[in-house]
Write a protein that binds this ligand. Structure first.
Ligand SMILES: [Zn+2]
Ligand SMILES: [Zn+2]
Length: 308
């Protein structure tokens, strides 16, 4: 008992608290912004204990959960406001609370059992290839370029594996679960079998690993921003909402919600995640617009043959 009391007293009288170290770091690093200072404190040797490192792993996982479920909340609110129904793509199908609750429960289970080990494993693997943890953070232009590359690589990975998952036996065994909802909603973005979650998440976690193994350049902060961006992309594309201000209206090759909503409604075509180019190049686009373009192409070909 005496030892326990001494340990507890030691913890409380310890001068190396987070705030003390923050003050010390701030004194000697005036060139760093507040976020960089907070980051430097978390990695400060004075606070680096086994518990602190475990806390970092838990924090990464919690960030993932807060962003995932937090991003879904605005869409749940919009479902309750009739005004926004005009922007809902399949506006006769609003998910019930029961459906959303069941969906969230399976997604949470899959996060804990499948994604948590991947998040935990990412750190040692990326560190082995030279991932940077220090401050200051990389330049904005460096981060933007790397994240753009990850989006392009992940999209290619997603296109081919998602298309493969639509092959009869694989669809029945693995991908059918994700297609439970023919009118998707934000929470359904990661509603999938563990095999699918593992396979498709490899594109998200694997592209930065391949990048750092080739270039030797990657910062953990860039990885966090990429994960947040990718989660936003996945949830937005399942939201079922296409607004006049949605990104796809300004960036013509951005897939957005419309592209993936049609995939859930028709069960065929539109296999990529972020961009439309793979579906366009390989003629796997889905929906009435794509059907019209296909008809026009056929008609042109017939006319050209007749003219010969
Ligand atoms: Zn699918
Ligand atoms: Zn989907």
């Amino acid at each position: 008992m005496a030892t326990v009391n001494a340990t507890v007293a030691g913890v409380f009288s310890h001068p190396d608290t987070y705030l003390n170290v923050f003050e010390e770091v701030s004194k000697y690093n005036v060139h760093l912004n507040v976020l960089e200072r907070a980051w430097a404190v978390s990695l400060h040797p004075k606070l680096q204990t086994v518990q602190a490192r475990t806390a970092t792993g838990i924090m990464s996982f919690l960030m993932h959960e807060i962003v995932y479920f937090g991003r879904c909340i605005p869409y749940m609110v919009l479902d309750c406001i009739p005004f926004f129904n005009r922007f809902k793509i399949q506006n006769q199908k609003i998910p019930t609370w029961k459906e959303q609750w069941e969906c969230a429960a399976l997604v949470l289970l899959s996060h804990v059992t499948v994604e948590l080990p991947q998040i935990w494993l990412f750190h040692p693997i990326a560190t082995y290839f030279g991932m940077d943890y220090g401050v200051p953070f990389p330049k904005l232009s460096t981060m933007a370029l790397q994240i753009a590359v990850f989006f392009v690589v992940e999209d290619a990975w997603h296109y081919w594996f998602h298309r493969a998952l639509h092959y009869g036996p694989l669809y029945k065994m693995i991908h059918k679960l994700h297609h439970t909802y023919s009118a998707p909603f934000g929470l359904a973005a990661e509603y999938a079998s563990p095999i699918e979650t593992m396979l498709l998440a490899l594109g998200t976690v694997g592209s930065p690993i391949v990048w750092v193994s080739i270039t030797g350049e990657l910062h953990l902060f860039t990885m966090y921003v990429w994960i947040v961006g990718r989660l936003f992309q996945a949830i937005d594309s399942h939201s079922g909402y296409d607004f006049p201000w949605s990104l796809r209206h300004f960036l013509p090759f951005w897939a957005g919600a419309y592209h993936h909503d049609v995939h859930h409604e028709k069960f065929i075509g539109n296999y990529s995640s972020s961009f439309t180019w793979w579906d366009w190049m390989l003629d796997t686009e889905s929906g009435p617009e794509a059907a019209r373009r296909r008809r026009e192409r056929k008609l042109k070909a017939v006319k050209a043959k007749k003219a010969e």
